[in-house]
Design a protein around this ligand. Structure first.
Ligand SMILES: [Zn+2]
Length: 272
């Protein structure tokens, strides 16, 4: 190819790129589910800080899951407690909550799991048609012949057996390939913990923390629960989330903090 032709070809392809009709970006919306029954406020000083940071502070913990609608596709983020969990079982299952808008479990394209604990994975077995998005180290633990203490592997049977699809994520995952919904690698609470960034047109960016932090004072002082898998990773992950929140001016939603979850409407209402 001679030089003129190369330049012409390059010019033509650049022009072609510019001339492509603008694709209408799919609308993204976000709703919150109740995913467990709250108990009495919890004293957090010992269990939720390895530096005894919180004195007599008591925190009202809640259990929440999230639904992201991207165009016609749905991503469910975390699946809460199981319907048989003592004391903390949800009043209404995710499947029954979804029925309010006639949404069937088989319409959920992806289930994203922040981490393997029972209060985030309890109802995943209701969504065997969904592709599971989960941190690679989390998946290694769940699918290991000897799952570690705290890994709630039983409801993942369909994915472990290979009847359902799983895509373990070693790094961040741009779920729909357009930058609107991103799973963020935030290890520390567990080895392969993830948080979720959702960019809404009206509300702006929203960070759903998973258990990278458990309550606002955790976020403010980078408190590390004594039972976390790795202290240094936890501190680094919280620092990362704080920087993302500052740079994007994002709304931060701490999944377990009763004071935070009202930032989003309760399903079937969606934030846009
Ligand atoms: Zn949790």
């Amino acid at each position: 190819m001679n030089k003129t032709l190369t330049v012409l070809t390059l010019g033509a392809s650049l022009f072609a790129g510019l001339a492509l009709p603008a694709q209408a970006a799919p609308e993204v919306s976000l709703a919150r589910f109740d995913c467990g029954t709250p108990q009495a406020p919890t004293s957090v000083n010992e269990r939720f800080s390895d530096t005894y940071a919180y004195g007599d502070l008591k925190v009202q913990f809640v259990f929440s899951c999230y639904l992201i609608k991207h165009g016609d596709d749905y991503l469910l983020w975390d699946t809460g407690h199981s319907m048989t969990a003592p004391n903390v079982a949800p009043k209404v299952s995710l499947v029954d909550q979804m029925a309010k808008i006639d949404l069937k479990p088989d319409q959920i394209k992806y289930v994203g799991i922040s981490h393997y604990h029972a209060d985030h994975t309890g109802q995943i077995a209701s969504f065997p048609k969904a592709t599971l998005l989960i941190g690679a180290k989390e998946w290694d633990a769940i699918s290991s012949p000897k799952p570690p203490e705290g890994a709630n592997y039983k409801p993942f049977e369909s994915w472990i057996k290979g009847d359902s699809k799983v895509e373990p994520q070693p790094i961040d995952k741009d779920v729909f390939g357009d930058g609107t919904v991103i799973m963020l690698r935030t290890p520390g609470h567990t080895p392969g913990h993830s948080s979720l960034l959702v960019k809404l047109a009206q509300m702006g960016p929203v960070i759903i923390t998973g258990d990278a932090v458990h309550f606002r004072e955790n976020w403010d002082t980078v408190g590390v629960p004594a039972f976390n898998f790795d202290r240094a990773q936890t501190v680094a992950s919280v620092e990362r989330l704080k920087k993302i929140a500052a740079n994007l001016k994002a709304t931060v939603i701490i999944q377990h903090d009763a004071r935070d979850i009202d930032k989003l409407p309760v399903f079937p209402a969606f934030a846009k």
